[in-house]
Design a protein around this ligand. Structure first.
Ligand code: NAG
Ligand code: NAG
Length: 320
C-alpha cells in the first residue's frame, strides 16, 4: 500500500459516516465525479508520474505500426458529398458525460472515434449504426504509445471525458485523472494533434481559493485527492503548448438542462451545478469557436441567467 493510499484509507476511516452524513444535507457532491467505465486497473503503477520539468518530445509524424486496436466500424472519414468530416477522438466515451459528448458531436456533423475500455459496453451504449462513429479500444492508463495508436493519424482533436469510478482504489484518481490525462496529451504530441479539450471540475484549485474547508473540496479529495490529481493534469496541459480548453463544470446532473450556462474564469465558482448535457455542449462548442482556445472556463447553470451565445461566453473569458 502506497503512502497516499494509506493516508486516504486512514482519512476515510476517521471521517467515515459522519462526513457522509454532513454531505447528504448538501448538494450531492458525489455528482461532481464523472462516472466512467474505468473499473479495474493494473496492479502495478509508477510511483508519481507527474513532473513539471518533463521535457516534451517534438511533434513527430512517425506512423504507428502493429496496431492492436480493434476497429468496430471503419470507412467513416467521408461524408456523402465527399467532404472529409472533422474527426474527434473522445476518451471515456461510455461515461455519463462522454456518451453525451459523442451524441452531440455526431449531431453537429463531426465524425467520432470513441475511445472505450469495454467494447461490449460501448456497443450497447453508443449508436453503433451511425457510419460517422468508430469505436476503438483505448485505456488511458496503458500509456501514450497505445493511446497514440488508438487516436490514429485521422483525429483532429481529442476530448477527454474520463474520470475514475469512486471506489476503494484510492490511487484511481492518479491513474486516470492525472497519469491518464498526461498520457493523452503525450499521445497528441506524438501525433501532432493540436487541439485538446479536458473536462475537469470546479474547485480543482480549491486550496488556492481559500476553499479548503468547502465540503465538496474535502469530500472529493477523500477519494484519493481527486481534485489535486485533476489540477496537476490541467497544469501539465497548460505547459504542453497544445491548443487547449479546460472545462470545469460544477456538480454534474444527469437530468436535462433547466437554466442557462454561466461561464466564469478559473478559480471563481465554488458552488452550483449543471446538466451533463450542457457540459457536453460546451465541450463540442469549444471546438467551433476560436475564442475558446487556450482558456480555462468554469461552468454552472442558473435559471435566472440570461441566454448568451457561445462566442460571447468564451469571448468573455481572458486567456492567462
Ligand atoms: C521522428 O523521431 C525520430 C526519433 O526521434 C527521428 O529519427 C525522426 O527523424 C523524426 N521524424 C521527423 C519527421 O521528425
Ligand atoms: C485553437 O483551436 C480553436 C478552436 O478549435 C481554433 O479556432 C484556433 O485557431 C486554434 N488556435 C491555434 C493557435 O491553433
Amino acid at each position: 500500500m502506497g503512502p497516499l493510499q494509506a493516508l486516504g484509507r486512514w482519512f476515510v476511516t476517521l471521517l467515515g459516516s459522519s462526513l457522509l452524513n454532513i454531505m447528504k444535507s448538501r448538494n450531492s457532491p458525489l455528482s461532481y465525479l464523472h462516472h466512467c467505465s474505468l473499473s479495474s486497473f493494473p496492479k502495478t503503477f509508477p510511483s508519481f508520474p507527474f513532473s513539471t520539468s518533463t521535457k516534451f518530445r517534438p511533434i513527430n509524424s512517425t506512423k504507428m505500426e502493429g496496431s492492436e486496436i480493434t476497429e468496430e466500424v471503419s470507412e467513416s472519414r467521408e461524408t456523402t458529398n465527399g467532404n472529409a468530416k472533422k474527426k474527434i477522438f473522445v476518451a471515456g466515451a461510455t461515461g455519463s458525460t462522454g456518451k453525451r459528448v459523442v451524441e452531440q458531436l455526431l449531431a453537429k456533423g463531426f465524425a467520432v472515434k470513441a475511445g472505450v475500455r469495454d467494447l461490449d459496453k460501448a456497443k450497447t451504449l453508443l449508436s453503433k449504426d451511425n457510419p460517422a462513429l468508430q469505436i476503438v479500444k483505448a485505456d488511458v492508463t496503458e500509456g501514450s504509445e497505445k493511446l497514440a495508436q488508438a487516436i490514429g493519424d485521422d483525429s483532429e482533436a481529442v476530448i477527454c471525458a474520463t474520470g475514475f469510478r469512486p471506489g476503494w482504489d484510492l490511487l484511481a484518481p492518479w491513474k486516470v485523472d492525472n497519469y491518464g490525462t498526461v498520457n493523452l496529451v503525450e499521445a497528441c504530441r506524438k501525433l501532432g494533434v493540436n487541439r485538446f479539450i479536458l473536462i475537469s471540475s470546479i474547485l480543482v484549485n480549491g486550496a488556492a481559493m481559500g476553499q479548503l474547508l468547502n465540503p465538496a473540496y474535502i469530500f472529493l479529495n477523500v477519494f484519493g485527492l481527486t481534485l489535486v490529481a485533476k489540477l496537476q493534469a490541467e497544469q501539465y496541459i497548460r505547459k504542453s503548448g497544445i491548443n487547449y480548453t479546460i472545462i470545469r463544470p460544477g456538480g454534474l446532473r444527469n437530468d436535462p438542462p433547466t437554466g442557462n450556462v454561466v461561464m466564469e474564469p478559473e478559480d471563481t465558482l465554488y458552488e452550483g451545478s449543471i446538466s451533463r448535457d450542457q457540459v457536453a455542449e460546451v465541450a463540442v462548442e469549444s471546438l467551433l469557436h476560436p475564442e475558446a482556445s487556450f482558456k480555462v472556463v468554469e461552468i454552472v447553470s442558473r435559471t435566472d441567467a440570461p441566454k448568451r451565445s457561445y462566442q460571447d461566453l468564451f469571448g468573455s473569458i481572458k486567456q492567462r
